[in-house]
Design a protein around this ligand. Structure first.
Ligand SMILES: [Zn+2]
Length: 94
């Protein structure tokens, strides 16, 4: 949300009293920020999309952490398996 002047000379905001709020959607494109002005009748919709975007980002982060744990556990299991095989070979054969 940003404060904005409406451009009308008759409006109070022309005298420095900033009283209008505007919604701007910001994103980075190739290192430069790009903004999209959001019309007021889409504010609620855009807020919902933004909430959903944040939720999905959180889900993806959780998935990545779980995948990392699977890799770590896999490596550990392999190590334990190899160690167990080695110790079995060390047993004297009957
Ligand atoms: Zn105004």
């Amino acid at each position: 949300m940003v404060a904005r002047k409406c451009g009308s000379a008759a409006c109070e905001c022309a005298h420095g009293v900033v009283k209008h709020r505007a919604m701007i959607l910001c994103k980075k494109v190739a290192g430069r920020s790009a903004a999209t002005y959001v019309p007021k009748d889409l504010w609620e919709q855009v807020r919902d999309w933004n909430r959903e975007h944040k939720r999905l980002k959180k889900v993806l982060k959780e998935m990545s952490e779980i995948n990392e744990q699977i890799i770590r556990r896999h490596v550990q299991d392999k190590r334990h398996e190899t160690a167990a095989r080695r110790s079995l070979r060390l047993l004297p054969s009957a």
